[in-house]
Design a protein around this ligand. Structure first.
Ligand SMILES: [Zn+2]
Length: 230
C-alpha cells in the first residue's frame, strides 16, 4: 500500500474543489519525537509535509485548525494582498521538503492577511522551524522558534491559565530553552511544576525534566568555562 492518498476538499475562499494529499494513518509512525513535539519519520511518510492545503486556483493556504469560512472582509483582504498575484501552482501529490516549506510560508501569509488567531499562526511558525530543523538549518530554525515563542506568549496572554494550558506553558518554556532564554524557560517550567491547579501529569513531568536539563547544561558550561581559564 502507498503511504499517500488523495482526498477532495473545497476551498473556503473561492469554492474550487481540489485534491489534497495526505499520509495514511498506518504510516504516521514517528521514529523519534523531539522535546517540542517535532516528529521524525521515515522518508516519504512525514505527515507534517501535508498539513497545509493549498488551493491551486486562488492560492488560499490553510490548515485544519484555520477558519471554516471567510467573511467578505477577509476574502477581500486575501485577494488584494495575495490572491490577485497568484500565478497558479499545484501542491497535490508527493511534496519535497522545499514544497512543504513553501506551503507553510503561504499558510503563514494567508493567516496573517485574514487576521487568524495567534494559536493558528504560532503553530504554523513552529512547523516552519521544524522544517528548518529537518534541513539542519539552525539559524533559520532558531529565528522561527523565536517567532513561534512570541506568538505562543500572545496566546497565553489572551487565554490565561484556562482549561488545558499546561501544554502551552510547557511549550513556551521549551522554546525559551531552545532559543537560549534559560531564565525565562525556568520561570515557565517552575510555574507548571508549582501551580497546584495544574494536574496534567505528563506536562508536569516534562517541565521537571527540561528544568533539570537546564541545570545540568549550565553546570557543564560552568565547568568548561573554569576549565579553559585555568
Ligand atoms: Zn481557492
Amino acid at each position: 500500500m502507498e503511504p499517500l492518498y488523495e482526498s477532495k476538499i473545497s476551498c473556503i475562499c473561492c469554492e474550487t474543489v481540489f485534491i489534497t494529499t495526505r499520509v495514511r494513518p498506518s504510516f504516521k509512525k514517528a521514529t523519534a519525537v523531539d522535546s517540542d513535539f517535532c516528529g521524525h519519520y521515515a522518508k516519504g511518510t512525514n505527515p507534517e509535509f501535508y498539513v497545509v492545503r493549498v488551493c491551486p486556483k486562488c492560492g488560499f493556504a490553510s490548515t485544519e485548525n484555520g477558519f471554516s469560512s471567510l467573511s467578505e472582509v477577509q476574502r477581500k483582504s486575501y485577494y488584494e494582498r495575495i490572491g490577485n498575484n497568484w500565478r497558479g501552482q499545484n501542491f497535490s501529490g508527493e511534496r519535497s521538503i522545499e514544497e512543504a516549506m513553501m506551503s507553510y510560508k503561504l499558510a503563514l501569509l494567508t493567516a496573517q492577511v485574514t487576521d487568524s488567531k495567534d494559536r493558528v499562526i504560532a503553530s504554523i511558525l513552529h512547523h516552519i522551524a521544524w522544517l528548518y530543523r529537518y534541513q539542519n538549518n539552525e539559524t533559520e530554525e532558531k529565528k522561527f522558534l523565536t517567532f513561534a515563542l512570541e506568538a505562543y506568549i500572545r496566546v497565553f496572554e489572551t487565554e490565561g491559565i484556562s482549561l488545558n494550558n499546561a501544554k502551552l506553558m510547557y511549550l513556551i518554556g521549551e522554546l525559551s530553552r531552545r532559543t537560549g532564554e534559560f531564565n525565562e524557560a525556568v520561570k515557565w517550567f517552575s510555574r507548571v511544576v508549582n501551580d497546584k491547579k495544574i494536574v496534567d501529569a505528563a506536562m508536569i513531568r516534562a517541565c521537571r525534566e527540561q528544568w533539570q536539563l537546564i541545570r545540568e547544561e549550565s553546570e557543564a558550561r560552568r565547568l568548561s568555562l573554569s576549565g579553559t581559564s585555568s
